[in-house]
Design a protein around this ligand. Sequence first.
Ligand SMILES: [Zn+2]
Length: 390
Amino acid sequence: MRKFSAHRIYPVSGLPISFGIIETADDGTILNIRNTGGQPIEEAGLEFYSGIIIPGLVNAHCHLELSHLAGLIPQRTGITGFVSAVSKIRSSDPEKIRQAANNADRKMYRDGVSGAGDISNTGITLSTKQDSRLQYHTFVEVFGLDKANAAIRFEQALQLAKAFNDAGLPHSISPHARYSVGVDLWELITREITLTRRISIHLDESPNERELLEHRTGIMAENFRQAGFDLTSIPDEASDVFKLLGKYLPDSDWILVHNTITDPLPAPGSLKSGVYWVLCPRSNLYIENLLPDIEGFAASGLTVCLGTDSLASNLNLSVLDEMKTIMEVVPGIAFDTVLRWATLNGACALGMEKNLGTIEKGKNPGLVNIPVFDWNKDRLSAESKSIRLI
Ligand SMILES: [Zn+2]
């Protein structure tokens, strides 16, 4: 057994506990949380850490297979510039891709991430995930507007899903975005009920996306036409994500990723259960130099999670750095709110809440120490870093 304490423990499942003591089994399972009445206690074998202890973080949206693109994609080119830069250099030596994914995975673990939702177009990250100490949910991504290729695209996704299944790795099939999946592909997706119980879709990333969906005009629409994409195959419902998903995936959990320009935000009561909103603020700044309505989300009552997106559009895969960015741009936001986004909400979105997301008896969430904390303002400071304890 190990015993951990710090100036303050944030279990997330309840109020913070000053000088609380967390007892864990050798495998990291939480055995007990002791409240010392706010007093530091000295006892044999107790490991005391300066600052705070939080549960392992959850990265609700990343693309490990793009890790080899770190530092290669120019910033602030907008989504069309980003997509064209990625597609130009995406093909690379498989060993290099695998190695970069491995390194990114190990670094995420050390930085305190215990669970991740990962978008995969290939099986190249399969071995990384098998060897990883993180829990992953893999979203096997499908896209394609071309009617003639829909069946082939979907068959490839099924094969990839089978490979993750054979490896014993949690997975589902997921549509890429509203503008990149044609009606024929949606018809195939909708039939695959067991493989689409939990889907993750890119949403509202840029004004160009909205213009394409609402009017079939703008730079994205022009680029699509030039590339020979069939814009007529985008479903009529696509301009309204709730109509679209309500038609094709009514019984799935929906993880909506980015929401950079989502406005107005819907009232939680107007939505079905199982709708999650992932914010990736540093990726949005990297690609579009835009930010979602973070304050609005904080006030909305919607279930918000945090993601890093990939190393193609971020400087690292640190969930703590996403939290710090949010606290910098929204000074009034409460640390508890952002911590819940970075832990429990992501765990729920990915179906990992039985084990991750809170420091509770019986769970094995991992423990993370943040030695530097701004006690005056009850928030992270620019110097805060996340260090995995177990
Ligand atoms: Zn993404």
